[in-house]
Write a protein that binds this ligand. Structure first.
Ligand code: SF4
Length: 299
């Protein structure tokens, strides 16, 4: 059976996940559809494992139990190697932020320490959505969650900046992406698969945790980038570059992103300013990396 004939795809050229267990307006599902399409159309020998709320929750074989996708993928690789078939396989793990970057952070990072031939694609919906939308390390400042309610001012600390941290890992390719920028996302999926070990961090709106009208999912994804809260860039072979540049006329204030979601319902003017400063600092860092890391490494 070839990749394009797997049973959960209804037609031979339909790579899309079904939507029977996802919420309407799920950004993870939207991203996962584009990601699987890009993988299977460019890499016929790809084997995609993983599990996350919204993307691959019921369709993909899990990479491992919760928090141990890295170890699970090592076991899968060892089993394929034992059968002498690894040369014909490209392994990919499509998973989520809480599962891999908080509960499984050590296990996830160890796969890069081992130099494991693997692509990680992280769908970051900024919460433990599957478990009632509790906060995790990637939940942004000011967002209300099951524990940090809007009455208490939302989450009191900033998100962990995992993608920039990964620039300093053993990954050969690191990038950020968003489903509103489909061509950028598809190109990065292909680059990530071709340059293993690799890490692709995809920011995805979550209807249940962020609380928005389902038809706003693409607009929200676009505004995350336009406000500077989630800059899109790539890092390969020593060269860091911003891949989606937002022109002055398209830039938006942070409030344009926040106001579409009920998780920021009670945010104060002071906290909006904190987020504006945070976005400015993050983009300053991205610009500094782009201007200083612009020569390919000598191999
Ligand atoms: S809870 Fe969020 S991530 Fe999970 S299926 Fe619903 S919208 Fe998608």
């Amino acid at each position: 059976m070839t990749a394009s004939e797997k049973s959960f795809w209804n037609e031979s050229n339909n790579y899309f996940l079904t939507a029977t267990e996802q919420c309407r307006g799920c950004g993870s599902l939207l991203a996962a559809k584009h990601i699987l399409k890009a993988i299977y159309e460019s890499t016929p020998n790809a084997m995609v494992f993983g599990r996350s709320c919204g993307g691959g929750r019921s369709e993909l074989q899990t990479g491992g139990r919760i928090g141990v996708d890295g170890s699970g993928m090592m076991g899968i690789q060892a089993a394929i190697e034992a059968r002498g078939a690894m040369d014909d396989r490209t392994l990919i793990c499509l998973t989520g932020d809480g599962r891999a970057l908080e509960m499984g952070a050590g296990d996830f990072l160890a796969s890069f320490d081992r130099g494991q031939k693997l692509t990680w694609i992280l769908l970051d919906n900024q919460a433990y959505a599957n478990a009632g939308s509790a906060a995790n390390a990637l939940t942004p400042f000011g967002a209300s969650t099951r524990i940090f309610t809007s009455e208490s001012g939302g989450k009191p600390t900033m998100e962990r900046e995992m993608p920039l941290m990964m620039v300093f890992s053993q990954a050969r390719y690191v990038a950020t992406a968003a489903p509103a920028y489909v061509h950028d996302l598809a190109a990065k999926v292909k680059e990530a698969v071709e340059n293993q070990p690799s890490y692709l961090h995809v920011y995805v709106p979550c209807q249940v945790s962020w609380i928005y009208s389902p038809e706003q999912v693409v607009e929200l994804s676009r505004r995350m980038v336009q406000t500077g809260l989630s800059p899109l860039w790539s890092y390969k072979n020593g060269v860091f570059k911003r891949t989606v540049k937002i022109s002055e006329s398209k830039k938006r204030p942070v409030q344009d992103f926040l106001k579409l979601q009920r998780r920021y319902e009670g945010i104060t003017a002071d906290d909006i300013k904190v987020l504006e400063d945070h976005a400015r600092r993050k983009n300053k860092m991205v610009d500094a990396l782009e201007s200083s890391l612009n020569e390919p490494d000598e191999v």
